[in-house]
Unconditional design. Structure first.
Lengths: 131, 131, 131, 131
DNA sequence: GTGGTCTAGACCACG
DNA sequence: GTGGTCTAGACCACG
């Protein structure tokens, strides 16, 4: 699985990592039980700080996407994956709001906005189809 | 126009302000040429520092949503509003990506995701319909 | 003589006025002894504050481009026009510096920069030729 | 690299900083990828507030001359430097206009004006030649 | 340690 | 009165 970080981005590196791991889970490259590299090795591979990788793992573990096995190390959640909680929907709505507002002001119609959202979703799902 | 800030939020105050002003423009409560309160008075109203208001205004000015008129102070852009630039589309796609990925992993289907995006968009537009 | 002000510009209105009056003198639309409108009437014409017009006139008078006659009001300098003083050259060099630096960083060659300067100069002179 | 500020000047300190950093880039003292001092250390060195330094950096970042790297701090743009955009040409023409007008009124000929522009440009470039 | 954000307070040019 | 600039000081997320 490719992980690409933009060190110039204003998005924190650990957030970029979280998002890309979620994308991997979304498109099937990462399946329940799949092991993730150790904090140390991933940090070395990506050329970033240990703490940064650790923080990303912690965030994902906190939300229930990862679990830490004594022996196998960090693996993708084998039990029940987190579902569409109210909390998540609220977070989603909150984040979408700002984007929808700017889109609307810029003249993007509702259907265009929805299409773009669909397209982005589909793209993520399909990234893994050919691998 | 109501502006509601969450001072405890991890979202910077000036960003919240930017978003709410954009919502106002999206739903018609703020129209081209409409004057905005001075940084001082808005800051006083909201109970925040004038620099924070100023930063929000600067961001919106920078992107072309506001203009600073030497006689009328800060007003909503009277000329051409910023359109759907490539730059904007890229920013939108980038931001949607992380959200779409988490939504997918949590089991939200493409259509549900798109519907949610539509709903948020519509809600913003309709907020202003009855005023 | 046309005077066009940009109230959205970050350049102070009085400065814009000063510059346009200087352009008028440069291209011959305003000749030594020519009367300028009274502060009051010019302010009314341009829809700006009395103080603003007054400040522009003061600046030009201060530098010797205008003189104030008891009877005829404000007129273009009939005596010796200010020349190329060391002070002026220093001001010019100081202002050119920032522009030349940015031009150079953006890849504009010396000759292109000089050509652009020439072109602007010529354009000012020629504006008045056909009137 | 020497940075000299005139705290008495009517030119804002952050503008002076911007111009001198651009000069450094123009004459080769600052090359792509070169790190800049942190806002704190430069502010301390120059005896000014860190916000003032920050503003200068923000302006240069906004225009694409600097980038903020999450690991290496602020560095000179490593990608493509901003080119001679229409926007820049317009800004340049606008600023030159006022200076050319006054120069013309003071009796400076077109060629003298262009020579002066050339000289200033050359001087900036050559400042770095011997280092 | 670094940039980003926020506050409080001040002065000034402009109009 | 208004925005622009500047200072001093503080906290925080990030790495």
């Amino acid at each position: 699985m490719f992980i690409e970080l933009d060190l110039q981005s204003e998005v924190p590196i650990y957030t970029q990592l979280v998002e890309q791991l979620l994308e991997g889970m979304a498109n099937g490259q990462l399946k329940p039980g799949d092991p993730l590299p150790s904090v140390r090795s991933l940090a070395a591979d990506l050329g970033i700080n240990l703490h940064t990788v650790n923080k990303a793992y912690q965030v994902l573990k906190q939300d229930g996407f990862l679990q830490v096995h004594r022996k196998q190390g960090v693996v993708i959640q084998t039990g029940e994956m987190p579902g569409i909680t109210t909390e998540f929907q609220e977070k989603l709505a909150r984040q979408l709001k700002g984007m929808a507002a700017e889109a609307a002001v810029r003249g993007m119609q509702e259907i265009e906005f929805a299409d773009m959202c669909s397209a982005v979703y589909r793209q993520i799902k399909e990234q893994g189809a050919d691998r």
